[in-house]
Ligand binder design. Structure first.
Ligand SMILES: Nc1nc2c(ncn2[C@@H]2O[C@H](COP(=O)(O)OP(=O)(O)OP(=O)(O)O)[C@@H](O)[C@H]2O)c(=O)[nH]1
Ligand SMILES: [Mg+2]
Ligand SMILES: [Zn+2]
Length: 334
């Protein structure tokens, strides 16, 4: 039977691994591949495929890194009848969290589609917090127009002077309007607050390997029984227990996407001069500097953002983080 004469179904992509997509359609789960037509159309929507054979070959090569179908997508698919199917279409997204796919080629990767909020997860200790990564996720959220809630895990493992350092950073984030939830999957603290923040929404957990994303999800939604494992404390690094992305329904309503730990979070389509716009406390000062929009907010005289750092309206730490990320992107642009 040809594709045109078969009935199409609609469902939600809730899990995927290379080339395979698990689609939930009502009461059934269908394992799908994607049609090659869909790949080409989505990768190069404006390319005339038949008139440019070289480009066509190129697009097929690229598909391994840029996937046209993401977790959270609503898709139309054709069923083969044995629990498998072929995705032929992706419905328009209301949001997406994107990043630059890891690797040398500049390619976009959609981490998750139709998500309502981003939840950067960071451990209070073991591994020690990397706030620069949290700032990167927040830039990702701001640039995609999505709200973020910061979750700090392993509060039970926090000791001594680190507790004071942590308090100061938490204050920074709360002051600029990001909710911060303190949790422990060992003693269960903060779980009601996390559940409340997640209810009725589609959220995605992002963070380095070993910070406790999956443990938190297991505790928030008992019964999932997801695999977690001890991190290597000698190296103070995680070791990637979660390997694929998957979306889980929450009993109270809403969904969580658990992701494997990310070593980096590269930006897609952001220039170094855009970055201050996505530090929400800096954004109101953009354009107010003596050199206007060409100010890098670095050593220029009359910089409105630096003045705000000096009078305490913008935190030193966030300003340093801004400079570091801006310079990093600028180095990549060269
Ligand atoms: N002390 C303490 N340990 C925790 C807590 N949450 C998680 N852990 C431990 O941290 C380790 C890593 O937890 P995971 O939940 O697998 O971390 P993950 O962020 O999902 O890691 P990836 O899947 O690799 O990205 C495990 O040994 C957990 O038992 C916590 O709240 N307190
Ligand atoms: Mg995990
Ligand atoms: Zn400036």
């Amino acid at each position: 039977m040809s594709i045109e004469t078969q009935t199409t179904h609609t469902g939600l992509v809730y899990k995927k691994s290379t080339g395979i997509y698990w689609v939930n359609a009502g009461d059934q789960s269908v394992t799908c591949s994607i049609s090659s037509r869909l790949r080409k159309v989505l990768i190069y929507p404006t390319a005339a495929l038949s008139s440019n054979p070289h480009r066509r070959v190129q697009s097929v090569e690229d598909i391994r890194t840029v996937d046209p179908v993401a977790i959270g997508d609503t898709v139309n698919f054709i069923e083969a009848g044995d629990g498998s199917g072929v995705i032929i279409d992706v419905q328009p997204r209301h949001s997406q969290l994107t990043r630059r796919a890891p690797g040398p080629k500049p390619l976009e990767q959609i981490v998750v589609a139709n998500v309502d909020q981003i939840v950067p997860v960071v451990a209070a200790a073991q591994p020690k917090p990397r706030w620069g990564m949290v700032d990167r996720y927040l830039i990702g959220a701001e640039s995609c127009g999505l709200p973020a809630v910061i979750c700090i895990t392993k509060m039970d493992a926090l000791k001594g002077r680190h507790a004071q350092e942590l308090d100061a950073v938490i204050d920074d984030y709360r002051r600029i309007g990001y909710p911060v939830i303190l949790t422990s999957s060992v003693d269960g603290s903060g779980m009601d607050e996390v559940r409340q923040a997640l209810v009725g929404r589609i959220s995605v957990f992002v963070g380095m390997s070993g910070v406790g994303k999956t443990s938190l999800l297991n505790r928030v939604q008992p019964g999932l029984g997801l695999k977690v494992s001890a991190i290597n404390l000698m190296l103070d690094k995680g070791r990637h227990t979660t390997t694929g992305l998957e979306m889980f329904p929450l009993e109270a309503g809403g969904h969580i996407v658990d992701t494997p730990g990310m070593k980096t979070f590269g930006f897609w389509d952001l220039d170094s001069e855009d970055i201050a716009n996505f530090f929400r406390e800096m954004q109101p000062y953009v354009g107010q500097c003596r050199f206007g929009l060409s100010c890098r907010h670095d050593t220029e005289p009359g910089c409105a953002i630096k003045a705000a750092v000096e009078d305490g309206s913008i935190s030193q730490r966030r300003y340093q983080s801004y400079g570091f990320i801006r310079d990093h992107i600028q180095a990549e642009e060269k």
